[in-house]
Write a new protein. Structure first.
Length: 185
């Protein structure tokens, strides 16, 4: 459970071999690095390999489609690649941070439990949102911490990040939970 987990080149090579584009690999690597950084800052007992690999592989399905089904597609691919179930769960559940049955139905996805039960899963989702905000230039790279301090305002201002009220409130819940853990030091 040590806090010294580093991304493995073999995992990055696997993404490339699966047909993931370089921009998607860059995004996934950035999310993994951000997720690991956040996980360390929480000082919680976490499976750091799950955080790193779950984040790295979360968008694997984008090698086949950028549609909303990329989570489900990626999870199926991950099973085929022999990834651990905890990693494929993140791949499947990361769409909008843990869909309700109603949302899954609206999006045409199978109805199942997409709840993010583990803190590791919630950290990956949070890192994914933060990286999108940073990459899109909403905050400057020089002030990455601004993506955290302005997270709520950004989600409420830019529908692209909050998506809708249900999703936004879920993201804000993860934000508050993780920020609270980081402030306990």
């Amino acid at each position: 459970m040590g806090h010294d987990y580093c991304l493995q080149q073999a995992d990055i090579d696997l993404l490339r071999h699966a047909g993931m584009s370089e921009p998607d690999i860059e995004h996934s690597t950035a999310v993994a690095n951000k997720a690991l950084e956040i996980a360390r800052r929480t000082h919680a007992e976490l499976d750091m390999e799950l955080v790193g690999r779950g984040a790295l592989y979360h968008d694997l399905g984008k090698s086949k489609t950028h549609d909303i089904v990329h989570g489900q597609t990626g999870a199926e691919m991950g099973v085929g690649l022999g990834l651990p179930p905890a990693v494929t769960a993140i791949m499947e559940k990361h769409i909008r941070g843990g869909l309700t049955a109603v949302e899954a139905t609206e999006l045409g996805l199978p109805v199942k439990d997409y709840t993010l039960h583990r803190l590791e899963e919630r950290i990956v989702i949070y890192a994914d949102r933060l990286v999108d905000i940073i990459t899109d230039g909403i905050v400057t790279l020089q002030s990455e911490s601004e993506s955290e301090s302005r997270f709520e305002e950004i989600l409420r201002t830019y529908p692209k990040y909050g998506k809708n009220e249900i999703t936004m409130n879920r993201y804000l819940g993860y934000h508050h939970e993780i920020q609270a853990l980081m402030s306990r030091t």
